[in-house]
Design a protein around this ligand. Structure first.
Ligand SMILES: [Zn+2]
Length: 278
């Protein structure tokens, strides 16, 4: 892999040593991490490519029926033959504790790109227990907005459960879940691109280049909200208007970065944070 055109902004001598585990719709993201010369990519997915996938993810019609892990591996290796691509053809929620431990051993980053609440909840527990930084990304209904939650188990920042606590309540009460139904590949790519940049920042932290400085510049802000549609708002009052103003320049395609602290009553932080280390 010839990385000379990116080596001034990405510390490829570090990315080559990194192991990134991805859950859910991660094909484009993993292809781009392969371009950044990330050494090991581990994709956990038990799905095959469905007829609805090519319209909004970068699968081809000829991929329909094939395991997503295999299609993803073929693409990543065609881009960068130096990548080690591991396929785990399982639902993340079906892994027993020992299998979770093996999966997370030596992992530098866990990326959860899924609408499935049980999968998100399991990824949060695993990130906390095995001390692996994690990214949770999602696109809201109709692709009108998106979010990226950064979990750093060793920080005092909130975990996914601390930040998305209302979803745990909704799930427990059987209410409707957040879904990316209606989101297009343009929306998903926009959120993926931010997650890719933050992910590279997380695994090359401290390098003397723009991505190496990104996490320090973020300064513990762990909730990124993106407005993709001019009429999208979130919260009351609207967080975008609050931070970007309500004039015409607050249009779309913009992102705000917020800090959400650890909640003292978070059951996952109490039960899982750092458990494997103790
Ligand atoms: Zn928590």
């Amino acid at each position: 892999m010839n990385t000379e055109r990116i080596a001034t902004s990405i510390s490829v001598d570090q990315t080559r040593k990194r192991r990134v585990v991805g859950v859910g719709g991660i094909k484009r993201l993993f292809a781009n991490l392969a371009r950044c010369d990330v050494g090991t990519l581990v994709r956990v997915d038990n799905d095959t490519v469905s007829p609805t996938n090519p319209a909004r993810q970068d699968y081809r019609s000829t991929d329909i029926g094939f395991p997503k892990t295999a299609v993803s591996a073929e693409e990543a290796l065609a881009i960068n033959p130096g990548v080690c691509f591991e396929m785990v053809n399982r639902d993340i929620c079906s892994l027993n504790h020992r299998e979770q431990e093996v999966l997370m051993e030596d992992a530098d980053l866990l990326i959860a790109s899924t609408d499935s609440f049980p999968a998100q909840a399991r990824c949060n527990q695993m990130a906390l227990e095995f001390n692996v930084p994690a990214l949770f990304l999602g696109v809201y209904a109709e692709g009108r907005g998106g979010e990226i939650i950064i979990v750093e188990p060793k920080s005092d920042g909130g975990c996914f459960r601390c930040i998305a606590e209302s979803r745990y309540r909704a799930f427990a009460e059987g209410r409707a879940q957040v879904s990316s139904q209606g989101g297009t590949i343009m929306d998903l790519d926009f959120v993926d691109a931010i997650a890719e940049q933050v992910g590279i920042g997380m695994i090359t932290r401290g390098a003397d280049n723009r991505f190496g400085r990104l996490m320090e510049r973020l300064g513990g802000r762990n909730l990124l909200l993106t407005k993709l549609d001019p009429d999208f708002s979130i919260g009351e009052p609207d967080l975008f208007a609050q931070h970007l103003g309500s004039g015409p320049a607050n249009f779309a395609f913009s992102t705000i970065a917020l800090h959400r602290p650890r909640r003292p009553d978070c059951p996952d932080c109490a039960r899982f944070r750092g458990r494997a280390a103790s």
